[in-house]
Ligand binder design. Sequence first.
Ligand code: MG
Length: 158
Amino acid sequence: MRIGFGYDSHRFDQDRPCILGGVRFPGVPGLRGFSDGDAVAHAVIDAILGAAALGDVGRHFPPGDERWRGADSMDLLRRAMALVESEGFEVGNVDVTVICEIPRIGPAADAIRESLSGALNVESSAVSVKGKSNEQMGWEGRREGVAVHAVALLRPTV
Ligand code: MG
């Protein structure tokens, strides 16, 4: 089995929709980025690519490449998963922690699990999503942006 870790952070941007793990949060500032700014999708991409030692999101979907401008990051996650599968791996489980004051992750956690599990080709019971406030400390606590940590376990398909 192989373990991978992923981290991502994005700054809030009032002019964009907020999308985390493919789930929209109406009424919450969005996240700046070359793609749709979905920091959950990006952290999970880095976790699965990391477990397979296949580089990171920036290597496969470089910001500045017009193909990925405004990209749906869940589409990028599906592409990364296809790459991981082509290397002979499947996902065992994924665990995600989102650190932010807004939006509140808890009420949307099951929707994000469902969304991620579809892209990762696993049951939603293999995907965990947790939200943490940063207790008003630091940049997450000042509502400047969102940080995401993710770990993924891969196992060989044969
Ligand atoms: Mg990112």
